[in-house]
Design a protein around this ligand. Structure first.
Ligand code: F6P
Length: 327
């Protein structure tokens, strides 16, 4: 039996659609198990500032469908210091909080690992919440499915105008260190090429591909570029291509933070609910220092150290498939 009394829940790092569904699940599972639950405002910074709100079952009503995070989020520099962590710990002690569910990406889990290294009496469970999908230990992070669907909707619209004007569009999507969003959405929109940080990007190759397309009567095209690609962003790549193919009518579109907002998809809501429910159950079983994820339909637990270090790998074989499907 666990002797937990009060759980804190926070969201940290970049927000992701579905975070609210996870907060709801953490809150309601806690209350069902006779635990008190506190919302911590603005991630780890809220622990330092003692910015806490008690959550009731009604506090999380009508949020499962909402994007963003009702708890707000931040990237706290102060929490990275020993003094910041001490303040956070003292405030948790004062409020009687003995465990945390942290929802975020690898920065969030790094913070949690350092914190529990110094204060092992605080139990912490992580939920993978980032649109980038770049965490090891889960097939899908919260927000990824919504983000790729947002990209697909936007690019389908761009495709209409690209086609009408016989234009080539370079479209930049999020993914500072990872190409998951670019690769999946690129396949779904039938992109002519997809540039991602995990594979080498070769301009000669791209130019040859575009010219080959023209020879086969393609008059417009879509190139999807992850923001972290080695050749630079969409503007950089478009300039290089324009020099090589000056007769092409080229436009650039940066989709930006539209990818982080909006109502979560069904899959994001369901997974977020599963993660939140299992996170509280893991705490009740006395567990700590693990991230909850889903691998091949099963809920799995991965130690923070692994979820951070072994970045989830993109399926680079899908790039080869794209190459063939876009001839
Ligand atoms: O949420 C992850 C992510 O979208 C990255 O792909 C991107 O580089 C980063 O966040 C940008 O976040 P912000 O604008 O909040 O600094």
């Amino acid at each position: 039996m666990s002797n937990l009394k009060k759980i804190g829940v926070l969201t940290s790092g970049g927000d992701a659609p579905g975070m609210n569904a996870a907060i709801r699940a953490v809150c309601r599972t806690s209350i069902y198990n006779n635990l008190e639950v506190m919302g911590v405002i603005r991630g780890y910074q809220g622990l330092i500032d003692a910015d806490f709100v008690p959550l009731e079952t009604s506090s999380v009503a009508n949020i499962i469908q909402r994007g963003g995070t009702i708890l707000k989020t931040a990237r706290s520099m102060e929490f990275m210091t020993k003094e910041g962590m001490q303040k956070a710990y003292d405030n948790m002690q004062k409020s009687g909080m003995d465990a945390l569910v942290v929802i975020g990406g690898d920065g969030t889990f790094r913070g949690a690992t350092e914190f529990t290294g110094i204060y092992p009496d605080i139990k912490v469970i992580g939920i993978a919440g980032t649109i980038d999908n770049d965490l090891f230990g889960t097939d899908y992070t919260i927000g990824y499915d919504t983000a790729i669907n947002t990209v697909v909707q936007a690019v389908d619209k761009i495709r209409d105008t690209a086609n009408s004007h016989d234009r080539l569009f370079f479209i930049e999507v999020m993914g500072r260190d990872a190409g998951f969003i670019a690769l999946r959405s690129g396949i779904a929109v039938g992109a002519e090429d997809i540039l991602i940080p995990e594979t080498e990007s070769d301009i000669d190759d791209l130019v040859e591909k575009l010219e080959n397309g023209r020879r086969h009567n393609k008059t417009s095209g879509i190139i999807i570029i992850a923001e972290g690609d080695e050749l630079g962003g969409a503007y950089d790549v478009s300039k290089i291509v324009k020099q090589r193919l000056p007769h092409y009518s080229i436009r650039v579109s940066i989709l930006g933070h539209i990818q982080r907002g909006g109502s979560p998809t069904c899959m994001d809501r369901v997974r977020a609910s599963q993660y939140g429910y299992h996170a509280v159950n893991a705490l009740l079983e006395g567990k700590s220092g693990i991230m909850i994820g889903i691998v091949k339909r099963d809920v799995v637990e991965t130690p923070f150290a692994q979820s951070i270090k072994h970045n989830n790998k993109v399926r680079t074989d899908l790039k080869e498939m794209t190459r063939i499907l876009s001839i």
